[in-house]
Design a protein around this ligand. Structure first.
Ligand code: SF4
Length: 360
């Protein structure tokens, strides 16, 4: 959103100033080890987040080498459709659609099939690789499951789009039904660490979210799961979330930057600088080198003029609006990608990144 205020802010986590030793060989050495198949340790990931600002260019260069190995200069776009808004019985503190939110948002039940098809058309028109169907809910009702399972084959017959469903908690049977209907991927964010989770939600637990991811994995679905920076978590919470995503083998990781919407319990609480956001993206890339890392909600507010630098670590982003807030115009995103010398790619076109001559 171009009207976002530019306010100097303090580092996010209370432990942000804790000195953590730089990895042996520096950021370049860390990239070398990741490219050679090594796994970043918890200490190394913490060091990424705790590094001073003057280390940031070296960190971005390291993340870029790893990103380039797996994704070249490609950028994949995702298009979100809020298929059911508000009215959610859960109490997630960051969410404008929860029962404890007074945010002024549109509230409506599941959109009709023609409206969902229109959303898919828009996603294809905007060069998206993936159309994300999102509903506000603890989990989908039978009627919502039926509607999604009916519309997905219809969308796939008309458009060359992957489908990601974000429907809340899922049972193994629901996950199997989605897979059978042609859903490619399910989004269910861990959001933060197991330790910090009770601070942001009390109506369901971290273990419920992990169980949904396990059910989706068993059903053969790809996993999309990430988190939110800026909710008051520590560096350790962010790192533990990244390590859990690695342990779960998550293919696609959206990293959000809290848009502390008025009327939500976390209203006005996000304390992020653009450099914090970049270090978060770098850490996520180095911990999960082959995963699709997505710059998600809040990028316009928190990365601000540094948004393009985020794409040296991340390889994907949302285009268009978020669930209940506006994104920047798609044309501005296309221009940013073009100015970087990157290319929007869809599906298999991204499969053959150029070889990094500096890679071993
Ligand atoms: S379950 Fe989803 S829609 Fe409901 S409050 Fe939590 S994040 Fe928002």
């Amino acid at each position: 959103m171009s009207s976002a205020p530019v306010v100097p802010q303090a580092p996010t986590p209370p432990d942000g100033a804790v000195a953590v030793p730089r990895p042996e060989g520096g950021w370049e050495g860390l990239a070398e080890r990741v490219l050679a198949g090594g796994a970043v340790s918890r200490e190394e990931a913490l060091a990424v987040l705790a590094a001073p600002d003057d280390e940031l260019p070296g960190q971005l260069a390291a993340a870029w080498r790893v990103r380039r190995r797996h994704f070249g200069n490609s950028v994949q776009l995702f298009f979100l459709m809020n298929a059911k808004s508000g009215l959610c019985p859960e109490d997630c503190g960051y969410c404008s659609q929860s029962k404890v939110s007074d945010a002024e948002i549109p509230r409506y039940n599941l959109l009709s099939a023609p409206k969902l098809l229109e959303g898919a058309r828009l996603a294809a028109e905007r060069h998206s690789k993936t159309f994300c169907i999102v509903i506000s809910a603890r989990g989908p009702s039978e009627r919502e499951m039926d509607a999604v399972c009916r519309i997905v084959p219809e969308i796939k017959s008309r458009y060359d789009l992957n489908i990601c469903a974000c429907l809340g908690l899922l049972s193994p049977e629901q996950a199997r039904r989605l897979a059978a209907a042609g859903v490619d991927k399910v989004n269910h964010n861990l959001n933060t660490s197991a330790r910090f989770y009770p601070e942001v939600c009390t109506t369901h637990g971290y273990a419920d979210r992990v169980a949904t991811l396990a059910a989706c994995r068993s059903a053969g679905l790809q996993l999309c799961s990430g988190g939110i920076m800026g909710m008051g978590e520590t560096h350790a919470d962010l790192v533990d979330m990244a390590l859990e995503l690695r342990a779960l083998g998550v293919e696609s990781i959206p990293l959000n930057f809290l848009n502390a919407i008025d009327g939500t319990p976390l209203e006005g609480s996000a304390r992020l600088t653009p450099r914090d956001c970049l270090r978060g993206l770098v850490m996520m890339r180095l911990v999960n080198p082959a995963a699709e890392i997505r710059i998600a909600g809040g990028r316009e507010i928190h990365l601000r003029s540094l948004q393009p630098l985020g794409l040296y670590a991340a390889n994907s982003m949302f285009v268009g609006d978020y669930l209940t807030t506006s994104g920047q115009l798609p044309e501005a995103d296309y221009r940013m990608i073009e100015d970087l010398g990157f290319e929007i790619t869809r599906g298999a076109e991204a499969a053959e990144p150029p070889c990094d001559p500096a890679c071993h």
